[in-house]
Design a protein. Structure first.
Length: 123
């Protein structure tokens, strides 16, 4: 329950202690969001970041085998390397059968390089 306090004609609302939660990171008291009354951390970015880092570490400790057998960046990289070894001429054949694509890519690369030159001149 909030009740008003008048200081120099500015009305402040102060929450009672039973409505306040203590931040588990910075130990300051804060009024929790009305939709999340069991909120554990205050609204500061520092506290939110620290809480997320801590919670993620705990979650990964509790679920060590979560990524076993799943598609990870490392497995994807290995898969594509293997595929490229098995199909070494794929891109060469594809671009030979699609000359308009080759020209479009060539034009895009020219524009990109021109943009890089302009950036270098400006810097």
């Amino acid at each position: 329950m909030l009740f008003p306090i008048d200081k120099k004609k500015i009305v402040y609302f102060i929450a009672k202690e039973d409505e306040m939660n203590q931040c588990i990171i910075c130990k300051k008291y804060f009024k929790p969001d009305k939709f999340h009354p069991h909120q554990k951390v205050c609204k500061s970015k520092k506290c939110k970041r620290e809480y997320k880092k801590t919670y993620n570490r705990i979650w990964w400790q509790r679920n060590p085998g979560y990524n076993n057998g799943k598609w990870t960046k490392k497995r994807a990289r290995e898969y594509y390397r293997k595929w490229r070894k098995e199909n070494p001429d794929y891109h060469r054949k594809y671009y030979a059968s699609h000359p308009e694509l080759k020209n479009r890519i060539r034009e895009a690369v020219k524009k990109y390089r021109e943009k890089l030159k302009l950036k270098r001149i400006l810097i």
